[in-house]
Ligand binder design. Structure first.
Ligand code: AMP
Length: 569
């Protein structure tokens, strides 16, 4: 598969209006996903659509953007122009949040309607006027019955996750709702699977639908390089902590870490830099000059982690990359194959590691279908794994030196000082102290004390996929906190006392995240972090300490309000 940059559609080439283009650019979306590239023109053109796509493919924007595109910003009608039916309250909130985000600049009005919450605000919101309603079928029917939801102005109906809705027994509700929408409406059906019941539903309610599927094409199979692949199931909140442990366990020479958006790349780069990694961002927002400099540092080996979007990494040709890390899963199986093609070149072993959110497991299955192989799901390394792995690396380094015949001269230069020490000290004790020094210098001493299990609980339930079960493997592995010794800050520093510690579940990553996010400073401005049982200490440049303390005093970390002050001792 070749990367033909010119043939890639862009949001601009899909003809979206300027307000949407600027919103997408602000969100850091660099290009449409395959389902978006295929669906947007069809839907803007007014045709019906039957789409096979699961969560993680960008399907929400695939129907939300065209709906917003054709929305008349001047319309003041009370009833919605678009109705999105979804199976669950969570999805209703998620989809309405997506509409809110994409439609903000246009001033689109939307309401989420779902059961399990009082109907009152939903009814009030509908009364104020609405452009898009995102609803679960039961509550939608209820509000239709109460005269609060009128569907006579609806132009587009979307049945999202239709297979789930059928599974949950919503078929009759859906039929009743469709029956009171205008006949000439546009109907869109998205489903992750296409059982015959979905086909029947589609043939009853869709008119000559365009069919779009992002099912993997078989042709890419031959191009799957020989790469050791592993997946970790982690919740979104635990992703950065899990990445820290995984990187530490793997100790990559040079890796590329993929994120979905430009903002995602910047945030993760800051976070990793804050944890002492040499990380650099690469995305479409950089000038050619900046890009060249980043690539130069990567080639020279001063950068160990390149954090990038798919677009920015296209055409990237770096020989010594050892690892590809999918911090965000790609949005199509083909993109996965592209990504992992960056390693495993020139006969060397490559490694591809993927962080998979529980709701994205279907994408993992699609990828496995494409590559005709299993991607083993492993538990996120535990802190014990990290310690053992680090010790093993120090041991291997020492043993390699002992076994290297060419290193004898080098060793001999130290013989005299050692012999002198051994006159008054025990050889074992000297060796121990030397080991400790080597280990602490190379591996950053003992890892952070955060003992949390970072594997998502849903991954533990599903033993059938995992090749090794989901309990700690007890082998090798990584850490949460500052995986390496952090770089020393230059210039005068101050210590901040933060009133939350291990007991509150706080990790160094949380503190870096809070400081970079709330106080707007870069990760590189954060020095040593120590998380104690009930408080934490963070070293920061003296001239920024007050600003950071002030910003943090207003924020919550792990759901708890932090008290922050300058530490005087
Ligand atoms: P969905 O499959 O609709 O649940 O979307 C999955 C995630 O991808 C959401 O977090 C979206 O914000 C994000 N997303 C959607 N389209 C794009 C895009 N073109 N580029 C980057 N991220 C996107």
């Amino acid at each position: 598969m070749s990367d033909n940059m010119n043939a890639e559609p862009t949001f601009t080439s899909l003809g979206l209006r300027p307000e949407l283009l600027s919103t997408l650019s602000a969100l850091g979306y660099e290009e449409p996903t395959p389902i978006q590239a295929a669906a947007i023109p069809v839907l803007v053109g007014g045709a019906d659509l039957l789409g096979q796509a699961a969560t993680g493919t960008g399907k929400t924007a695939a129907f939300a953007l065209p709906i917003l595109e054709v929305l008349d910003p001047q319309r003041r009608g009370n009833g919605p122009a678009a109705l999105i039916l979804v199976p669950t309250r969570e999805l209703a909130l998620q989809v309405s949040q997506a509409f809110h985000t994409y439609g903000r600049e246009m001033g689109a009005r939307l309401v989420a309607i779902y059961g399990g919450a009082p109907a009152r605000h939903q009814i009030d919101a509908l009364r104020r006027g609405v452009d898009v309603v995102v609803a679960t079928p039961g509550r939608a029917l209820d509000l239709i019955g109460r005269g609060a939801l009128r569907l006579d102005g609806v132009r587009t109906v979307v049945l999202d996750e239709a297979d789930e809705m059928l599974e949950m027994g919503f078929i009759e509700d859906i039929e009743s709702i469709l029956a009171i929408t205008p006949k000439e409406r546009q109907t869109v059906l998205f489903s992750a699977t296409m059982p015959s019941r979905i086909d029947k539903l589609a043939s009853r309610h869709l008119r000559n639908p365009e069919r779009i599927s992002i099912k993997a094409t078989e042709s890419a199979h031959d191009e799957v390089p020989r790469v050791r692949q592993t997946a970790y199931i982690v919740t979104r909140q635990n992703k950065s902590a899990a990445l820290g442990r995984i990187l530490d366990a793997e100790d990559p020479v040079a890796s590329i870490v993929f994120c979905r958006t430009r903002g995602g790349v910047d945030d993760l780069t800051d976070l990793l830099t804050g944890r002492g990694y040499q990380a650099e961002a690469l995305h479409g927002g950089l000038t050619q000059d900046q890009r060249d400099r980043v690539m130069g540092r990567l080639r020279a080996g001063t950068t160990e982690l390149l954090v990038a979007t798919d677009v920015a990494a296209r055409g990237l040709d770096v020989d010594h990359l050892s690892h590809v890390v999918n911090y965000d899963l790609p949005m199509s199986p083909e993109a996965y194959v592209h990504r992992i093609g960056r390693v495993g070149r020139a006969g060397r072993e490559g490694v591809a590691l993927s962080l998979v959110e529980p709701r994205e497991r279907r994408m993992l299955t699609s990828i496995e279908k494409l590559i005709h192989g299993r991607i083993p799901v492993e538990p996120v390394p535990t802190i014990t794994d990290v310690r053992q792995m680090r010790l093993r690396r120090s041991r291997e380094a020492i043993e390699a030196l002992l076994d290297d015949p060419e290193a004898q001269d080098r060793l001999d230069t130290y013989r005299e000082v050692l012999d002198d020490m051994l006159m008054s000290r025990d050889a074992n004790e000297v060796a121990l102290a030397a080991f400790a020094l080597v280990h602490e210098e190379a591996q950053g001493g003992s890892p952070d004390e955060d003992e949390r299990d970072l594997t998502a609980s849903s991954a533990v339930d599903d033993q059938s996929r995992s090749t090794r079960g989901a309990k700690a493997s007890g082998g090798s592995r990584g850490s949460d906190g500052p995986p390496r010794k952090r770089d020393k800050l230059e210039g005068p520093t101050s210590k901040l006392f933060i009133s939350l510690g291990r007991k509150a579940g706080v990790t160094p990553g949380d503190l870096v995240g809070a400081i970079t996010g709330e106080a707007g400073v870069k990760g590189r401005d954060i020095g040593a972090i120590t998380v104690h049982e009930s408080f934490s200490l963070v070293e920061v440049p003296e001239d920024k300490a007050r600003k950071i303390a002030k910003a943090l005093n207003h924020c919550t970390i792990r759901g708890r309000k932090a008290g922050v002050r300058l530490d005087r001792d």
